[in-house]
Design a protein around this ligand. Sequence first.
Ligand code: RIB
Ligand code: CA
Length: 336
Amino acid sequence: MTDMSNGPIPIILDTDGGVDDAMAIIMALNAPQVDLKAITVVAGNIDVDQAAYNVLRVLSIAQPKSVPLVATGCERPLVRPPFNAAGIHGVDGLGELHRFEDAAGMARYPILNLKPSESDAIDVLLEAARTYGQHLTIITLGPLTNIATAIQRDAETMQRVGRIVTMGGAVTVPGNISAAAEFNFFVDPDAAQVVMESGIPVVLVGLDVAMKAPLPRHRVEDHLQRYPTQVAQFIADCTEIYMAFYRDNEGFYGCYVHDPLAVGILIDPSLATTERVHLMVETAGRFTTGMSLADRRDRRDEASNPPNVDVCLDVDTERFWQMFDELLWQAIAISG
Ligand code: RIB
Ligand code: CA
C-alpha cells in the first residue's frame, strides 16, 4: 500500500481524453493517496483540443475541491500520422454527450465556457520533474508523445522522475487495435520506445491485466438507479457508445477499464503481480508496429538487454473493484 507517512504522492496525469480516461481522472481526483498536481493532454482517442475540453468536462462533473492545472500537449505522434479512436469513444471522445437532455428538455451537458491553461504540457512535465524529483509519479493514459517529447527536450531533468505508470502495451496477450499492438503504443510507437529506453522506472499496465477487469453495463446502470448522482449519470452517459462497441465487437456488453486500472495500480502496487523484463516497442514493423516485445527468455543476455520495465501480468481484481467503487462513485447529488 502507498506509504502515507510521507503524505500523498504528487502525480501528473497524462491523458488522451477518452471514456476510460474520464473514469480514471475521477478516481485520481478522489484518491487521498495521490495529489493530482496537473493533467497534461495528448492526442490519441481524439484530437488534443477535444481531449483537453473533455478533461474540463470531467472536472466540471467531479467538482474537485482543488482543481488541477490542465495543459495541452502534443497534437500528433513523434513520427507517425495521427490516428484516433472516434469510432470507439464517440466523435467527441466522451460518448457524444450532446445527445443527452435533462427532464426539462435542456442539454444535460451544456457547452462549457472553459479553456485549458496557457501552459504547455511539456513545460509542466519538466517543471514537475524539477520540483518533485523522485517523489513524482507520472501516470500516462494515452500515447506517450508528451513524455517522450519532454525526455527529448531535457533528458537529465526527466531522469529525476520517480516512476512512470503507463497504461499501454500487451506482452502475453494480443493487441486491441491490431493483432500485435495496444492502442496507445500503436498510435505513437516511437514515443513509447523513447520512454522504454529512457532509464526512468516504468510500470506497464497493459492489456495483460486490463482484460482481466471487464466492467459490465448492468453495474453502471444498477448504480445509477440506486444512487442517481451527477457522476453516476455522467458515467452511464459517456460509457453508452463505448460499451455498445464492446457489445457489437468484443462479445460482451460493457468495457475494459484500462485507465482506471492504471490509477488503481499506481495507488496500490500490491494489486498487481509484475515481472521485470527488457521491453522493446516495434516502430517499423510491417504487421507489428506498436508491438510491445518483452525479452522473457530464460537465457536472455541482460548485459545487452537490461531489464527496463516492470510488466503487470496479473491483478487482484476483487480488491481493484473495491477501490474502483470507493473512488469513482463519490456522490455529487444531481441538483433539482
Ligand atoms: O488500449 C486502451 C487505451 O487506449 C486506453 O488508454 C484508452 O483510453 C485508449 O487511450
Ligand atoms: Ca486513454
